[in-house]
Ligand binder design. Structure first.
Ligand code: GDP
Length: 433
């Protein structure tokens, strides 16, 4: 769903506006700096259009001065939004902080609707007019408190909001979760698919809320249906003609894009190849959850097994975080362990860490293990927020550039602390003077 973010200084009425959009009557959250809320995005609907509403009010934590806090909050919101509602207090008029946010918004190129809030009566509409000076076009006069004008501003927001999100995931919502079974030729994909499908083929129409794509198959594992996407390429064995590799890799990519989790099948009877690694990397680059399955385990004797375990540990050093299942598509051995691995990986992929918890964790971690001093300077981490999930993406604000080793350290500790098993995570660092 497209994402609409509400951005603005504290006390301009963002939360009141959010509550109005959501049609909530209950407790308006106090819009004061320092108040942190865990929930930042809400499913919303206006005039039949569904979208995700992001409330940035919860990010007003105490970092060096309000100016910076508002700018950071706006920056993150803009990163993850498809359009922005920029709320300004018309009774105050444009402030320096507002101007600063405007620069950020302009740079983003995202559509912006300028909300002149606290225009409680027609008499105050002249106040709204002063906001033309921000250079964001027409200010929309609104009284978030009384509802005046809020319908019009939402109509406008819907008008500028793209149909599909360029930032949120494009996966259909609801219904069974989507798996791509991938791997180089002959690792046993079609054997595994057949084994899993077995007699458990599900009648598609029985599952509500699913969009049928003829190349996807619904397969029930331990009583839960899963979409195995783009299986046509697996079932239809293509002749090795020139370009076959290219098409195989295109198909792999398409399958991964369509899925939430990729199972990369590897043939354990032969050494791992660069092609295997490439498929694993494709899943990671696409930002999907990852499970690695070592097939043909039935070919192994005890000695070879012990040896192989060590080999595998070395091969997979970069993706130690991915759940691994050793199985045999031929005998069916351990194929039942896939479900658990898939669920673990997806749970990590879905994770959202509340801003408060994240910062408490990072605060302790960086106090105990500060960044090394470099050239007389020592960058400090000020604040972090999880910008989105699926996969988890974090934005860390720091006083200077964080070196690669330290970033990896943070990533590894985040993985341990929040059990990110089977999902890539992204950490981007913004430098603040
Ligand atoms: P795909 O190209 O990845 O779909 O691979 P296939 O499913 O066609 O399997 C390639 C070959 O490996 C076939 O000869 C299979 O019979 C064999 N194979 C697949 N899985 C296993 C397994 O678990 N054990 C053994 N021994 N052979 C397997």
């Amino acid at each position: 769903l497209p994402v609409l973010a509400v951005v603005g200084r504290p006390n301009v009425g963002k939360s009141t506006l959010v509550n109005r959009v959501l049609g909530r009557r209950e407790a308006v959250v106090q819009d004061t700096p320092g108040v942190t809320r865990d929930r930042v995005s809400y499913p919303a609907e206006w005039a039949g259009r569904r979208f995700t509403l992001v409330d940035t009010g919860g990010w007003e934590v105490d970092v060096a001065g309000m100016h910076a806090a508002v700018a950071q909050q706006a920056e993150v919101a803009v990163d993850l939004a498809d359009a922005v509602l920029f709320v300004v207090d018309a009774t105050v008029g444009p402030t320096d902080t507002d101007e600063q946010v405007v620069r950020l918004l302009r740079r983003s190129g995202k559509p912006v609707v300028l909300v002149a809030n606290k225009v409680d009566s027609p008499m105050q509409e002249a106040d709204a007019a002063t906001l033309w000076s921000l250079g964001l076009g027409e200010p929309w006069p609104v009284s978030a408190l009384h509802g005046r004008g809020s319908g019009d501003v939402l109509d406008e927001a819907i008008r500028v909001l793209p149909e599909t999100s360029s930032v949120a995931d494009r996966m259909p919502e609801g219904g069974p979760r989507r798996v791509a079974l991938v791997g180089r030729p002959n690792v046993g994909k079609s054997s595994l698919l057949n084994k899993l499908a077995g007699s458990e083929r599900v009648v598609v129409d029985e599952v509500a809320g699913t969009t049928r794509d003829p190349v996807d198959e619904l397969i029930e594992l331990d009583g839960t249906p899963w979409w195995f996407v783009d299986t046509a390429g697996i079932r239809r064995r293509v002749h090795q003609t020139s370009g076959a590799d290219y098409y195989a890799s295109l198909r792999t990519r398409a399958a991964i894009e369509k899925a939430e989790v990729g199972v990369v099948l590897v043939d354990s009877s032969v050494p791992m190849t660069e092609q295997d690694t490439r498929v694993i990397q494709q899943v990671i680059d696409a930002g999907r959850a990852l499970v690695i399955a070592y097939n043909k385990w039935d070919l192994m004797d005890e000695d070879r097994r012990a040896y192989l375990e060590r080999e595998i540990d070395l091969d997979l050093v970069q993706v130690r975080w991915a759940p691994r299942v050793n199985l045999s598509a031929r005998t069916g051995w351990h194929t039942n362990r896939l479900t658990n691995a898939l669920e673990t990986a997806l749970a990590s992929w879905d994770t959202r860490i509340p801003t408060g918890r994240l910062n408490a964790f990072l605060g302790e971690l960086t106090a105990a293990h500060p960044h090394p001093v470099r050239g007389g300077r020592q960058p400090r981490i000020l604040f972090a927020t999880q910008a989105s999930n699926r996969p988890p993406r974090f934005v860390v604000f720091a006083t200077g550039f964080l070196e690669a080793g330290y970033r990896r350290f943070i990533e590894n500790r985040l993985r341990e602390a929040f059990e990110f098993t089977g999902t890539p995570i992204e950490i981007s660092v913004r430098v603040r003077e």
